[in-house]
Design a protein around this ligand. Structure first.
Ligand SMILES: [Zn+2]
Length: 130
């Protein structure tokens, strides 16, 4: 069964917490879910690459070129697969200063925010030190 792109975001929510428990290889040939052909941004700082992600029991067990079968196969061709949601219009300009660890975002599964789209900014300010 192949699902299209609209299902991808709901799957992200389920796998966010397990993204950092990745093993580089898996000997399984049967998975619960395979996300195929996505542009993977793994959060390590390395460049994005096209690959697959295999999941068993809500845990990522393989990343890279995955062969085998799955109950659910998600076609991620042309999409970015990353560990969490990207909030592209967050208004975090001021809150990130009060909460520099961004716990309020992380608790919602947001791991990256873009700010400043509306032209507002907390800087420059004499009260700010970094
Ligand atoms: Zn705005």
């Amino acid at each position: 069964m192949i699902f299209k792109k609209s299902l991808l975001l709901s799957v992200f929510f389920c796998i966010v917490l397990s993204f950092f428990m990745i093993t580089s290889a898996s000997t399984a040939d049967r998975y619960d879910i395979i996300i195929k052909g996505g542009k993977i941004v793994d959060g390590t700082g390395r460049a994005a690459y096209v690959g697959d992600i295999a999941i068993i029991n809500e845990r990522i067990v393989a990343v890279g070129k995955v062969s085998g079968d799955a109950a659910t196969v998600i076609d991620a061709n042309g999409l970015v697969v990353c560990p969490g949601f990207v909030d592209t219009h967050s208004h975090a300009d001021r809150s990130i200063i009060r909460r520099p660890l961004a716990e309020n975002f992380v608790m919602q599964g947001v791991t990256m925010v873009l700010a400043g789209q509306c032209g507002g900014s907390a800087a420059p300010s004499e009260d700010l030190t970094f």
